[in-house]
Design a protein around this ligand. Structure first.
Ligand SMILES: [Zn+2]
Length: 266
């Protein structure tokens, strides 16, 4: 990637309709650079629709990524749930690839009381190579698989696996990770483990976030939260991080534009 692009998780609220095509057009109109396709309640797009999405995105110059369904737990107790989870990831990757998305992002698993190492080895067994970056996300609750270390270990061990770096989740998980030195230490860790190419091809989620003892509660608009987005953007700029930054605040394009303008003003 040549630069850091800013965009929305799903179609902007101000799109003509909430369709993916209108969403992509609106992203371009707003002067944003990317959009995440939200397959969070299931992949309901067919191949013909996906080809149209790819065409529109390339005409409008908008880069895409795809978020997999929420109903994924690679560490589920029931084998049929594990198989269904694997199929959901695969389907996201297949349709995402036809859409021209460069990455898919998903919530990999819950520990369900297992030791994290055990969950790690279960998640690691799932691999699928279809030419799209597969990015397990850094998660916001201590019951969820997805610390930075866990995801970086997967990336280092498996080809085609990258980090879905959700800075809001990481902050909510512990209440920490909300200052310039903490942000740069995350970026430093990514650089050390995966090299410069990882910083040149980042996938980042940002939003305001409410959290408590059990981690993430819900997403908030940036200015209604304690999330220190200015310092995060400064860290990203200082590390020359490139790739897609997807805003998941309730205001979507409002905060995506705020992030882009703030970043450009630094
Ligand atoms: Zn997510």
């Amino acid at each position: 990637m040549k630069e850091l692009l800013f965009g929305t998780g799903g179609s902007p609220h101000s799109s003509k309709t909430q369709s993916t095509i209108d969403g992509i057009r609106r992203v371009a109109e707003l002067g944003l650079g990317c959009m995440e396709l939200e397959f969070v309640y299931g992949v309901r797009m067919g191949e013909a629709g996906a080809r149209l999405v790819a065409e529109t995105a390339s005409q409008e110059g908008v880069k895409l990524s795809a978020h997999g369904p929420y109903y994924i737990n690679l560490n589920a107790r029931e084998p049929e749930k594990v198989i269904a989870s694997q199929e959901r990831i695969l389907q996201t990757a297949r349709i995402g690839a036809i859409c021209g998305a460069e990455s898919i992002i998903f919530h990999a698993a819950f520990y369900l009381g297992d030791p994290p190492e055990k969950t790690y080895s279960v998640v690691k067994k799932y691999r699928e190579n279809n030419g799209i970056w597969v990015r397990p996300e850094v998660m916001g609750k201590p019951t969820q698989f997805g610390t930075i270390d866990e995801i970086l270990n997967l990336c280092a061990e498996l080809e085609g696996v990258g980090i879905g770096m959700d800075f809001a989740h990481w902050h909510a998980r512990s209440g920490e990770a909300n200052s310039y030195p903490e942000f740069t230490s995350v970026l430093q860790q990514i650089k050390q483990r995966l090299g410069d190419q990882a910083l040149n091809n980042m996938h980042i989620h940002v939003s305001g976030i409410a959290y408590g003892q059990k981690g993430e509660k819900k997403h908030l608009n940036l200015q209604e939260s304690d999330f220190n987005y200015v310092e995060l953007l400064r860290a990203l700029k200082d590390f020359d991080a490139k790739g897609l930054l997807i805003c998941e605040s309730p205001s979507l394009e409002g905060d995506a534009l705020l992030l882009q303008e703030t970043y450009n003003g630094l």
